[in-house]
Design a protein around this ligand. Structure first.
Ligand SMILES: *[C@@H]1O[C@H](CO)[C@@H](O)[C@H](O)[C@H]1NC(C)=O
Ligand SMILES: *[C@@H]1O[C@H](CO)[C@@H](O)[C@H](O)[C@H]1NC(C)=O
Ligand SMILES: *[C@@H]1O[C@H](CO)[C@@H](O)[C@H](O)[C@H]1NC(C)=O
Ligand SMILES: *[C@@H]1O[C@H](CO)[C@@H](O)[C@H](O)[C@H]1NC(C)=O
Ligand SMILES: *[C@@H]1O[C@H](CO)[C@@H](O)[C@H](O)[C@H]1NC(C)=O
Ligand SMILES: *[C@@H]1O[C@H](CO)[C@@H](O)[C@H](O)[C@H]1NC(C)=O
Ligand SMILES: *[C@@H]1O[C@H](CO)[C@@H](O)[C@H](O)[C@H]1NC(C)=O
Ligand SMILES: *[C@@H]1O[C@H](CO)[C@@H](O)[C@H](O)[C@H]1NC(C)=O
Ligand SMILES: *[C@@H]1O[C@H](CO)[C@@H](O)[C@H](O)[C@H]1NC(C)=O
Ligand SMILES: *[C@@H]1O[C@H](CO)[C@@H](O)[C@H](O)[C@H]1NC(C)=O
Ligand SMILES: *[C@@H]1O[C@H](CO)[C@@H](O)[C@H](O)[C@H]1NC(C)=O
Ligand SMILES: *[C@@H]1O[C@H](CO)[C@@H](O)[C@H](O)[C@H]1NC(C)=O
Length: 416
């Protein structure tokens, strides 16, 4: 091993040893006085590059002199949170985060390395800056918790570029200046603890069920046809309920996630007899298909398809059903349902709708036509009417009884 090292000119095993003995470096992204990303990490890069007489591999650590660079961000409309580090002679390393409201993850990891840095890339045959990145990373954690991974884990950014992390404690979307005490432990660390069954037998606590989120915000989605007129209108809050295998909990869960209107874009098509509405959020695509029946002059929601790849999923979740019959309404009217409704699509996927009003056909003047209310709403409205009528009836009976009683007493006096 040692011989190999010397033969290669660079003793990269020794170097690796140094890297992992070094203390983790802490980086912080702040905006105003508040911290939104904090990362204590130890990273080393292994890069294969072309030299004048073959290929070489260089291994170097993220130095403690690395600085949080200007492109870092706490996130804003359309801009995800990002930790951007610059180090050495023109190298950059970036972690871009995304969140689905329950978990956050590293959505994108990228490295720019400068081959003209001859101390890092001796005898490099080219001199430019090379960029590599990946969208695949295991780094995900519950919101308001710290991602912890003390074990060494590697991520491949490209066939010839690997990043190895160790001693990582990191949090994004922070709500306080310090890392949360609550930790999401990476699977590599979990296996290390399960390998050593030395502790006294503990009752394995069942993972606490995740409470469903609050009612979703109401989105205002419209589709415009070629000549700029609005042809489909939808106002609704949507909650998606997906049954999938959870990475973090190692079991099948029902994950309920609200669609966030300000991060959702609507697209689709209007037509007869079929109109579609596709709602796309970062990690979710949802398509509704409405069909018009010219015989009955009614339309209904006939198909739904979904594709989601949330941070806690092991695989992309895809489901569709094109023989649905929901939200039926007369053509030329809008369908309205203020009460929460559950629309089952497939056994593993359902949609909860909140304060819904929609019109996929015959929209005129960019507004909803007269509304046809769902049965639940009509029944809910009937209850106060029935109660009111019953009360009125009761008052009437008491009044009549009183009048009759009074007449009798009068009659009694007269006979005396
Ligand atoms: C930051 O903190 C300082 C001192 O605590 C305070 O004067 C300043 O207004 C704060 N700035 C913001 C943007 O909160
Ligand atoms: C190295 O050179 C080979 C061919 O000479 C080329 O295919 C390869 O892409 C080069 N690799 C890098 C990292 O530039
Ligand atoms: C390439 O050249 C350098 C010096 O010019 C030498 O040290 C190295 O061993 C050579 N590598 C190969 C693969 O021939
Ligand atoms: C979206 O809306 C939520 C709640 O109103 C808000 O907290 C969040 O900052 C908004 N996000 C963007 C990207 O505007
Ligand atoms: C995270 O903490 C903030 C502030 O304490 C809270 O508003 C938010 O709902 C929390 N988010 C989750 C997913 O627990
Ligand atoms: C990156 O990792 C892969 C898989 O572990 C390995 O085959 C490859 O040689 C590594 N590349 C470098 C440049 O270290
Ligand atoms: C929905 O958005 C349209 C314009 O995009 C606007 O004219 C309409 O008033 C909005 N409706 C509601 C209820 O906010
Ligand atoms: C826009 O096009 C639709 C059909 O695509 C047509 O029915 C409608 O009259 C047109 N509206 C205007 C203002 O041209
Ligand atoms: C989600 O779906 C599961 C299985 O169909 C169901 O038991 C659960 O009540 C649903 N949760 C919500 C909040 O709709
Ligand atoms: C996940 O659960 C399976 C079976 O319940 C178990 O064998 C496995 O060790 C668990 N994995 C982790 C990482 O906890
Ligand atoms: C329209 O509705 C009628 C009655 O429900 C049904 O028999 C017919 O098949 C429907 N037509 C289409 C094109 O779906
Ligand atoms: C959503 O659709 C877009 C465009 O077709 C695609 O690039 C993206 O991967 C899809 N997202 C999911 C979660 O399926």
């Amino acid at each position: 091993m040692v011989k190999q090292c010397f033969a290669a000119g660079v003793c990269w095993t020794l170097l690796l040893g140094c890297v992992f003995a070094a203390h983790a470096v802490t980086f912080e992204v702040t905006e105003g006085n508040s911290t939104c990303i904090k990362a204590e990490l130890n990273a080393s890069f292994s890069i294969s590059y072309n030299t004048t007489n073959g290929t070489s591999v260089t291994v170097f650590a993220l130095p403690s002199s690395a600085a949080v660079a200007n492109g870092s961000s706490c996130g804003a409309a359309g801009v995800p949170p990002e930790l951007l580090l610059s180090f050495g002679a023109g190298h950059m390393f970036s972690l871009v985060f995304s969140s689905d409201g329950r978990l956050y993850r590293v959505a994108n990891m990228s490295l720019q390395y400068n081959l003209s840095d001859t101390s890092t890339f001796p005898q490099s045959s080219s001199a430019g800056v090379v960029s590599v990145m990946t969208n695949v990373s295991e780094i995900s954690a519950r919101l308001n918790s710290t991602y912890r991974c003390l074990s060494s884990t590697s991520v491949s950014l490209d066939a010839g570029v690997n990043v190895t992390f160790a001693n990582v404690r990191m949090e994004a979307y922070m709500t306080s200046a310090n890392l949360s005490k609550d930790e999401s432990v990476c699977s590599a660390d979990q296996t290390t603890t399960t390998v050593a069954p030395t502790q006294s037998p503990k009752t394995t606590a069942a993972p606490s069920p995740v409470p469903p989120p609050a009612a979703p915000e109401r989105g205002n989605y419209t589709i415009t046809n070629g000549n700029g007129t609005v042809c489909l209108l939808a106002l609704m809050g949507l909650q998606l309920n997906v049954t999938h295998f959870s990475k973090s909990r190692n079991q099948t869960v029902n994950e309920v996630v609200n669609l966030q209107p300000n991060r959702t874009t609507a697209s689709g098509s209007c037509g007869v007899p079929v109109a579609t509405l596709t709602l796309a959020e970062d990690l979710t695509n949802l398509t509704f298909t409405f069909t018009l029946n010219s015989t009955t002059q009614k339309f209904h929601l006939s198909a739904v398809s979904v594709s989601a790849f949330w941070s806690d999923m092991t695989d992309r979740f895809v489901a569709s059903n094109s023989s649905l019959d929901y939200l039926q309404c007369s053509v030329g009217r809008s369908y309205m349902c203020s009460t929460e409704q559950m629309l089952g699509v497939v056994p593993t996927f359902s949609i909860n709708t909140f304060r819904l009003q929609l019109q996929p056909f015959n929209v005129t003047a960019n507004k909803f036509s007269a509304a046809e209310e769902c049965r639940v709403d009509r029944e809910n409205m009937l209850i106060p009417i029935i109660v009111g009528a019953a009360l009125a009836g009761l008052v009437l009976i008491v009044l009549i009884a009183y009048l009759i009683g009074r007449k009798r007493t009068h009659a009694g006096y007269q006979t005396i």
